[in-house]
Design a protein around this ligand. Structure first.
Ligand code: ADP
Ligand code: ZN
Length: 442
């Protein structure tokens, strides 16, 4: 369902007019109120008056995670602390945490984009949504929670963990929608099975998953195992949290709420803007956020933009599934590959479980000579004859080579060898850290 057709179906011309007005206001705001922005604007010789058309956007300086750390905690705010009603922080997947302050108007805007997001995913006010994203500092829990209430649906705020109880509640309360990371969706299913519960026989019909990279094969796996439709959702703490973009029922890219979030794709090496359709780093400018607006924030997420109007009627640009974070990229003997590409190849092969770990011997941040992939296989395969295991291993090796052009060693491991996590999965580990990483169970 389209919650806000006036905006979601806006013509490009109208949208760009609105974006420009909002951009000009934001730029003026940060320039006047935040010493950091004034300094970096001056460094590039640009003032708010130089932003006359959308094409002038590229004159503005980029910002990055480093700027958040350098100005920690309150240095990037445009309002006094009295106006802030809430503070979140990033989960710190990569390095030190950063903070995200919200004014009352920000919480309102966030609830609204999240309500739009849930509606686009296929939710209505008749749904019962079990929210297994983490509550607390992480933006996932409260972001989905407020969006659900705004939509008028029912939220069950379980948060992550306590998996058995989640299954019981799901049955008792007639949960129809589950919101959690893709990784946790699989754990819920595994636990349900152990309890003798088949999730396909419950009222569950929809999963809204994100917060970490996942592949199209992983989607298929989740949909088949749990008997739901699985929708991809995207967001990040620096920008707002979840609610930046989401798929519609057509599942062909995530609609970006462009009246609030202005997007560009750049070449991560040169910073140059790239045209629609070309893959590169996603850069986001917030157009309506009050407490801590961001200008040209480099997300480090790799994707491409799809401009054509979607079958659902929404005009807003879509972003393709994120291949990975630029810092997750591996260079295997000269070939660039993201963990999610490896995942896609692995999960296409029958007998493989959606739990894997990539063990590397890095000699700098990215490059590795050696790649070993630990893959869990189903109980049936594992207890079968040696010959079948060898065949599977060979098949996986051949697929890696032919699809990705990398040679990797495959290590088939018993079910539950790879540790389960309630939040975001970590897929890559250096061999020297493997033992103490907590990523394997034995
Ligand atoms: P952290 O940087 O500590 O993980 P966040 O919780 O803000 O903090 O995570 C935001 C990041 O999560 C995004 O920049 C992106 O890399 C990843 N992410 C979020 N949603 C998705 C998604 N649907 N697909 C792939 N990656 C995602
Ligand atoms: Zn659509």
């Amino acid at each position: 369902m389209i919650r806000d057709p006036e905006h979601e179906k806006m013509s490009r011309k109208q949208l760009e007019k609105l974006q420009l007005e909002r951009l000009q206001a934001r730029v003026k705001d940060v320039y006047e109120k935040v010493p950091f922005y004034r300094r970096v604007f001056k460094g590039k010789g640009v003032t708010p008056d130089d932003i006359k058309t959308m094409a002038d956007l590229k004159k503005l300086p980029f910002t990055s995670k480093i700027d958040f750390r350098d100005n920690y905690p309150y240095g990037l705010m445009t309002v006094p602390l009295e106006k802030v009603v809430r503070i979140h922080s990033s989960s710190g997947t990569t390095g030190k945490p950063i903070i995200a302050p919200y004014t009352e108007a920000d919480v309102d805007m966030w609830s609204e984009v999240m309500a739009r997001t849930l509606a686009s995913a296929g939710m209505t006010r008749h749904d019962v949504m079990q929210n297994a994203y983490g509550y607390g500092l992480f933006t996932g829990g409260l972001g989905f929670h407020y969006g659900c209430e705004r939509l008028g649906a029912t939220v069950i705020p379980t948060g992550g963990g306590n998996t058995k109880r989640q299954i019981l509640l799901m049955q008792d309360l007639g949960t129809t929608v589950i919101t959690c990371t893709p990784t946790y969706a699989l754990i819920l299913n595994e636990t349900a099975k152990e309890m003798g519960v088949d999730l396909r026989e419950t009222k569950l019909r929809l999963g809204i998953h994100g917060a970490e990279p996942w592949s199209e094969q992983m989607r298929k796996d989740i949909e088949e195992r749990i008997g739901i439709s699985a929708i991809n959702v995207y967001g990040l703490t620096e920008v707002i949290g979840p609610g930046v973009s989401v798929e519609c029922e057509h599942k062909n890219g995530m609609h970006i709420w462009e009246d609030h979030f202005l997007v560009e794709i750049i070449n991560p090496a040169t910073g140059e803007q790239l045209p629609y359709g070309q893959e590169g780093e996603l850069v986001i400018t917030t157009l309506t956020k009050e407490a801590q607006p961001v200008i040209r924030f480099r997300t480090r997420d790799i994707t491409k933009l799809i401009p054509e109007t979607c079958k659902c009627g929404r005009t807003m640009v879509r972003m393709a599934r994120i291949t990975g974070r630029s810092d997750d990229m591996l260079v295997v003997r000269g070939v660039n590959v993201f963990p999610s590409q490896i995942e896609n190849v692995l999960l296409e092969v029958e007998g493989v479980e959606p739990h894997y770990l990539i063990v590397v011997d890095r000699h700098d941040a990215f490059s590795t000579e050696d790649l070993e992939i630990w893959v869990e296989v189903s109980e049936a395969v594992f207890s079968d004859e040696m010959q079948k295991m060898e065949k599977l291993e060979k098949k996986l090796r051949a697929e890696m080579d032919s699809v990705l052009g990398i040679s990797a060693r495959i290590k088939l491991v018993e079910p539950r060898t790879i540790a389960r996590t309630e939040g975001k999965a970590r897929r890559v580990v250096d061999r020297k850290d493997l033992k103490n990483s907590g990523l394997i169970t034995k």
